[in-house]
Design a protein around this ligand. Structure first.
Ligand SMILES: C[S@@+](CC[C@H](N)C(=O)[O-])C[C@H]1O[C@@H](n2cnc3c(N)ncnc32)[C@H](O)[C@@H]1O
Length: 282
Protein backbone atom coordinates (compact mmCIF):
# COMPACT_ATOMS: atom_id res chain seq x y z
CA UNK A 1 0.00 0.00 0.00
CA UNK A 2 1.25 3.49 -0.88
CA UNK A 3 2.50 5.48 2.10
CA UNK A 4 -0.01 8.19 3.02
CA UNK A 5 0.72 11.91 3.00
CA UNK A 6 -0.22 13.43 6.33
CA UNK A 7 -0.51 17.13 6.99
CA UNK A 8 2.87 17.22 8.74
CA UNK A 9 4.64 15.17 6.12
CA UNK A 10 3.39 17.23 3.21
CA UNK A 11 4.18 20.50 5.00
CA UNK A 12 7.77 19.40 5.54
CA UNK A 13 8.15 18.27 1.95
CA UNK A 14 6.57 21.43 0.53
CA UNK A 15 8.70 23.76 2.69
CA UNK A 16 11.86 22.19 1.29
CA UNK A 17 10.54 22.20 -2.27
CA UNK A 18 9.58 25.89 -2.16
CA UNK A 19 12.90 26.82 -0.51
CA UNK A 20 14.76 25.08 -3.36
CA UNK A 21 12.88 27.32 -5.73
CA UNK A 22 14.07 30.46 -3.99
CA UNK A 23 10.98 31.18 -1.90
CA UNK A 24 11.98 32.61 1.47
CA UNK A 25 8.94 31.75 3.57
CA UNK A 26 8.29 28.32 2.12
CA UNK A 27 6.96 26.84 5.34
CA UNK A 28 4.55 29.68 5.98
CA UNK A 29 3.30 29.64 2.39
CA UNK A 30 2.83 25.86 2.58
CA UNK A 31 0.83 26.23 5.78
CA UNK A 32 -1.36 28.99 4.38
CA UNK A 33 -2.06 27.08 1.16
CA UNK A 34 -2.89 23.88 2.99
CA UNK A 35 -4.95 25.56 5.71
CA UNK A 36 -7.02 27.27 3.00
CA UNK A 37 -7.52 24.00 1.13
CA UNK A 38 -8.61 22.11 4.25
CA UNK A 39 -10.69 25.05 5.51
CA UNK A 40 -8.71 25.25 8.72
CA UNK A 41 -6.74 28.03 10.33
CA UNK A 42 -3.03 27.49 11.03
CA UNK A 43 -3.72 26.33 14.60
CA UNK A 44 -6.16 23.83 13.14
CA UNK A 45 -3.40 22.51 10.91
CA UNK A 46 -1.14 22.01 13.91
CA UNK A 47 -3.90 20.07 15.66
CA UNK A 48 -4.28 17.86 12.59
CA UNK A 49 -0.66 16.97 11.84
CA UNK A 50 -1.50 13.27 11.58
CA UNK A 51 -4.51 13.72 9.29
CA UNK A 52 -3.95 12.00 5.95
CA UNK A 53 -4.86 13.89 2.76
CA UNK A 54 -7.21 12.13 0.37
CA UNK A 55 -6.49 11.86 -3.35
CA UNK A 56 -8.54 14.91 -4.35
CA UNK A 57 -6.91 17.05 -1.67
CA UNK A 58 -3.46 15.92 -2.77
CA UNK A 59 -4.14 16.78 -6.40
CA UNK A 60 -5.50 20.19 -5.49
CA UNK A 61 -2.61 20.91 -3.13
CA UNK A 62 0.00 19.89 -5.72
CA UNK A 63 -1.55 22.31 -8.20
CA UNK A 64 -1.40 25.15 -5.70
CA UNK A 65 2.18 24.38 -4.75
CA UNK A 66 3.12 24.21 -8.44
CA UNK A 67 1.73 27.71 -8.96
CA UNK A 68 3.63 29.04 -5.98
CA UNK A 69 6.82 27.30 -7.13
CA UNK A 70 6.45 29.16 -10.44
CA UNK A 71 6.51 32.28 -8.26
CA UNK A 72 2.86 33.26 -8.54
CA UNK A 73 2.06 35.45 -5.51
CA UNK A 74 0.45 33.53 -2.66
CA UNK A 75 -2.41 36.06 -2.55
CA UNK A 76 -3.39 35.39 -6.17
CA UNK A 77 -3.50 31.65 -5.47
CA UNK A 78 -5.67 32.21 -2.40
CA UNK A 79 -7.68 34.94 -4.18
CA UNK A 80 -7.49 37.19 -1.16
CA UNK A 81 -5.27 39.50 0.84
CA UNK A 82 -5.54 41.46 4.04
CA UNK A 83 -5.06 45.23 4.19
CA UNK A 84 -5.73 47.48 7.17
CA UNK A 85 -6.95 44.26 8.88
CA UNK A 86 -9.78 44.10 6.33
CA UNK A 87 -10.38 41.31 3.81
CA UNK A 88 -9.82 42.06 0.10
CA UNK A 89 -10.39 39.91 -2.96
CA UNK A 90 -7.41 40.06 -5.28
CA UNK A 91 -6.51 38.64 -8.67
CA UNK A 92 -4.15 39.30 -11.55
CA UNK A 93 -5.91 42.58 -12.49
CA UNK A 94 -4.81 44.28 -9.27
CA UNK A 95 -1.65 44.89 -7.31
CA UNK A 96 -1.60 42.90 -4.07
CA UNK A 97 -2.07 45.62 -1.42
CA UNK A 98 1.12 46.05 0.63
CA UNK A 99 1.53 46.76 4.35
CA UNK A 100 3.69 49.80 3.41
CA UNK A 101 0.59 51.44 1.96
CA UNK A 102 -1.04 51.41 5.40
CA UNK A 103 1.29 54.30 6.26
CA UNK A 104 -0.46 56.34 3.55
CA UNK A 105 -3.81 55.50 5.13
CA UNK A 106 -2.49 56.58 8.55
CA UNK A 107 -1.28 59.92 7.18
CA UNK A 108 -4.57 60.48 5.36
CA UNK A 109 -6.54 59.76 8.56
CA UNK A 110 -4.34 62.23 10.46
CA UNK A 111 -5.46 64.99 8.07
CA UNK A 112 -9.01 64.05 7.13
CA UNK A 113 -12.01 65.78 8.67
CA UNK A 114 -14.86 63.38 9.58
CA UNK A 115 -16.91 64.23 6.47
CA UNK A 116 -13.94 64.58 4.13
CA UNK A 117 -14.37 64.30 0.36
CA UNK A 118 -11.56 62.03 -0.75
CA UNK A 119 -10.22 61.01 -4.17
CA UNK A 120 -8.16 57.79 -4.50
CA UNK A 121 -6.29 57.80 -7.81
CA UNK A 122 -5.26 54.37 -9.14
CA UNK A 123 -7.40 52.51 -6.65
CA UNK A 124 -6.51 48.96 -7.81
CA UNK A 125 -8.14 46.55 -5.35
CA UNK A 126 -9.73 49.56 -3.64
CA UNK A 127 -7.47 49.05 -0.63
CA UNK A 128 -6.90 52.71 0.26
CA UNK A 129 -10.41 53.90 -0.65
CA UNK A 130 -12.10 51.12 1.31
CA UNK A 131 -9.83 51.48 4.36
CA UNK A 132 -10.48 55.24 4.52
CA UNK A 133 -14.23 54.85 4.07
CA UNK A 134 -14.21 52.17 6.77
CA UNK A 135 -12.42 54.45 9.25
CA UNK A 136 -14.37 57.61 8.38
CA UNK A 137 -18.09 56.71 8.44
CA UNK A 138 -19.17 60.16 7.26
CA UNK A 139 -16.61 60.51 4.48
CA UNK A 140 -17.29 60.08 0.78
CA UNK A 141 -14.65 58.57 -1.42
CA UNK A 142 -14.30 58.73 -5.20
CA UNK A 143 -11.95 56.13 -6.61
CA UNK A 144 -10.62 56.00 -10.15
CA UNK A 145 -8.50 53.58 -12.09
CA UNK A 146 -7.70 53.11 -15.76
CA UNK A 147 -8.32 49.35 -15.42
CA UNK A 148 -11.98 48.33 -15.65
CA UNK A 149 -11.16 44.86 -14.29
CA UNK A 150 -9.57 46.45 -11.23
CA UNK A 151 -12.63 48.65 -10.68
CA UNK A 152 -14.92 45.59 -10.68
CA UNK A 153 -12.85 43.94 -7.99
CA UNK A 154 -12.55 47.19 -6.02
CA UNK A 155 -16.35 47.62 -6.05
CA UNK A 156 -16.73 44.08 -4.74
CA UNK A 157 -14.25 44.86 -1.97
CA UNK A 158 -16.27 47.93 -1.01
CA UNK A 159 -19.39 45.72 -0.76
CA UNK A 160 -17.61 43.04 1.25
CA UNK A 161 -16.42 45.68 3.71
CA UNK A 162 -19.77 47.44 4.01
CA UNK A 163 -18.76 50.80 2.50
CA UNK A 164 -20.21 50.53 -1.02
CA UNK A 165 -22.72 53.32 -0.45
CA UNK A 166 -20.00 55.88 0.21
CA UNK A 167 -17.39 54.90 -2.36
CA UNK A 168 -17.84 55.43 -6.09
CA UNK A 169 -15.64 53.70 -8.64
CA UNK A 170 -15.17 55.36 -12.00
CA UNK A 171 -12.86 54.70 -14.93
CA UNK A 172 -10.34 57.52 -15.17
CA UNK A 173 -6.87 58.36 -16.39
CA UNK A 174 -4.59 59.99 -13.86
CA UNK A 175 -3.10 62.12 -16.62
CA UNK A 176 -6.49 63.69 -17.38
CA UNK A 177 -8.65 63.62 -14.27
CA UNK A 178 -12.08 65.27 -14.13
CA UNK A 179 -12.37 68.43 -12.03
CA UNK A 180 -13.37 67.94 -8.41
CA UNK A 181 -13.62 69.58 -5.01
CA UNK A 182 -11.72 67.21 -2.79
CA UNK A 183 -10.31 67.78 0.67
CA UNK A 184 -7.83 64.97 0.23
CA UNK A 185 -6.32 63.32 -2.85
CA UNK A 186 -4.45 60.08 -2.16
CA UNK A 187 -2.57 57.90 -4.60
CA UNK A 188 -0.29 54.92 -4.67
CA UNK A 189 0.45 55.27 -8.36
CA UNK A 190 2.69 53.16 -10.59
CA UNK A 191 6.20 54.32 -9.67
CA UNK A 192 8.78 51.83 -10.90
CA UNK A 193 11.22 53.36 -13.39
CA UNK A 194 10.87 51.55 -16.72
CA UNK A 195 14.52 50.44 -16.60
CA UNK A 196 14.02 48.81 -13.16
CA UNK A 197 11.06 46.64 -14.18
CA UNK A 198 13.20 43.75 -15.42
CA UNK A 199 15.02 43.51 -12.07
CA UNK A 200 11.91 43.10 -9.91
CA UNK A 201 11.18 39.88 -8.02
CA UNK A 202 9.52 37.29 -10.27
CA UNK A 203 6.31 37.47 -8.20
CA UNK A 204 5.98 41.14 -9.09
CA UNK A 205 7.56 41.26 -12.56
CA UNK A 206 5.83 38.19 -14.00
CA UNK A 207 2.44 38.31 -12.27
CA UNK A 208 1.40 41.75 -11.05
CA UNK A 209 -0.13 44.04 -13.69
CA UNK A 210 2.41 46.10 -15.62
CA UNK A 211 -0.11 48.95 -15.46
CA UNK A 212 0.25 49.01 -11.69
CA UNK A 213 4.04 49.18 -11.83
CA UNK A 214 5.36 51.18 -14.78
CA UNK A 215 5.93 54.78 -13.73
CA UNK A 216 7.59 55.91 -16.96
CA UNK A 217 11.27 56.47 -17.72
CA UNK A 218 12.20 57.81 -14.25
CA UNK A 219 9.21 56.43 -12.32
CA UNK A 220 7.85 59.92 -11.62
CA UNK A 221 5.28 60.40 -14.41
CA UNK A 222 2.25 59.97 -12.15
CA UNK A 223 3.54 62.46 -9.56
CA UNK A 224 4.07 65.10 -12.25
CA UNK A 225 0.53 64.53 -13.51
CA UNK A 226 -0.99 64.75 -10.01
CA UNK A 227 0.99 67.90 -9.07
CA UNK A 228 -0.05 69.55 -12.36
CA UNK A 229 -3.75 68.83 -11.76
CA UNK A 230 -3.86 69.67 -8.04
CA UNK A 231 -5.57 73.03 -8.41
CA UNK A 232 -8.53 71.57 -10.28
CA UNK A 233 -8.91 68.65 -7.84
CA UNK A 234 -8.33 70.08 -4.37
CA UNK A 235 -10.10 72.78 -2.41
CA UNK A 236 -7.77 75.45 -0.95
CA UNK A 237 -6.11 73.87 2.09
CA UNK A 238 -6.68 70.36 0.75
CA UNK A 239 -3.96 67.72 0.91
CA UNK A 240 -2.26 65.60 -1.73
CA UNK A 241 -0.65 62.47 -0.24
CA UNK A 242 1.23 59.98 -2.37
CA UNK A 243 3.11 56.78 -1.75
CA UNK A 244 6.62 56.85 -3.24
CA UNK A 245 9.23 54.22 -4.06
CA UNK A 246 12.55 53.92 -2.22
CA UNK A 247 14.73 56.93 -3.08
CA UNK A 248 11.96 58.94 -4.76
CA UNK A 249 10.88 61.12 -1.83
CA UNK A 250 13.23 64.11 -2.47
CA UNK A 251 12.28 64.31 -6.16
CA UNK A 252 8.56 64.09 -5.38
CA UNK A 253 8.85 66.75 -2.68
CA UNK A 254 10.58 68.99 -5.23
CA UNK A 255 7.76 68.41 -7.71
CA UNK A 256 5.16 69.36 -5.11
CA UNK A 257 7.14 72.44 -4.03
CA UNK A 258 7.45 73.55 -7.67
CA UNK A 259 3.68 73.13 -8.09
CA UNK A 260 3.11 75.52 -5.16
CA UNK A 261 2.25 73.04 -2.39
CA UNK A 262 3.00 74.07 1.20
CA UNK A 263 3.50 72.20 4.49
CA UNK A 264 5.44 69.49 2.67
CA UNK A 265 6.16 66.38 4.70
CA UNK A 266 7.65 62.95 4.28
CA UNK A 267 6.85 59.89 6.39
CA UNK A 268 8.89 56.71 6.55
CA UNK A 269 7.35 53.24 6.57
CA UNK A 270 8.00 50.77 9.39
CA UNK A 271 11.22 49.64 7.69
CA UNK A 272 12.50 53.23 7.86
CA UNK A 273 12.13 53.90 4.12
CA UNK A 274 10.66 57.32 3.18
CA UNK A 275 7.30 56.15 1.86
CA UNK A 276 4.68 58.89 1.90
CA UNK A 277 5.11 62.43 0.62
CA UNK A 278 2.43 65.04 1.01
CA UNK A 279 1.69 68.69 0.79
CA UNK A 280 -1.10 71.19 1.16
CA UNK A 281 -2.68 73.02 -1.74
CA UNK A 282 -2.54 76.71 -0.78
C1 LIG B 1 0.58 50.65 -7.59
S1 LIG B 1 -1.08 50.24 -8.04
C2 LIG B 1 -1.91 50.73 -6.56
C3 LIG B 1 -3.21 50.02 -6.29
C4 LIG B 1 -3.84 50.35 -4.94
N1 LIG B 1 -4.14 51.76 -4.82
C5 LIG B 1 -2.95 49.93 -3.80
O1 LIG B 1 -2.36 50.80 -3.14
O2 LIG B 1 -2.81 48.72 -3.53
C6 LIG B 1 -1.43 51.54 -9.18
C7 LIG B 1 -2.81 51.54 -9.82
O3 LIG B 1 -2.86 52.62 -10.76
C8 LIG B 1 -3.59 52.22 -11.90
N2 LIG B 1 -3.17 53.04 -13.04
C9 LIG B 1 -2.08 52.88 -13.82
N3 LIG B 1 -2.03 53.84 -14.76
C10 LIG B 1 -3.12 54.63 -14.56
C11 LIG B 1 -3.62 55.78 -15.22
N4 LIG B 1 -2.99 56.32 -16.26
N5 LIG B 1 -4.75 56.31 -14.76
C12 LIG B 1 -5.41 55.77 -13.69
N6 LIG B 1 -4.99 54.68 -13.03
C13 LIG B 1 -3.85 54.11 -13.46
C14 LIG B 1 -3.27 50.76 -12.06
O4 LIG B 1 -4.27 50.11 -12.82
C15 LIG B 1 -3.17 50.30 -10.61
O5 LIG B 1 -4.40 49.79 -10.17
Amino acid sequence: MAESWTVLKILKWTSGYLAERGIDNGRLDAELLLADLLQLDRVGLYLNFDRPLNAAELTDFRQRVGRRARREPLQYILGRAEFWSLPFRVGPAVLVPRPDTEVLVEEALARATPAARILDVGTGSGAIAVALAHELPAARVAAVDISKEALLLAAENARVNGVAERVTFTPGNLHALADGEFDLVVANPPYIAATDLAGLMPEVRDFEPQLALDGGSDGLDAYRALARQASKLLVPGGWLLVEVGAGQAPAVQELLAAAGFGELFCRADYAGIPRVVGGRHI
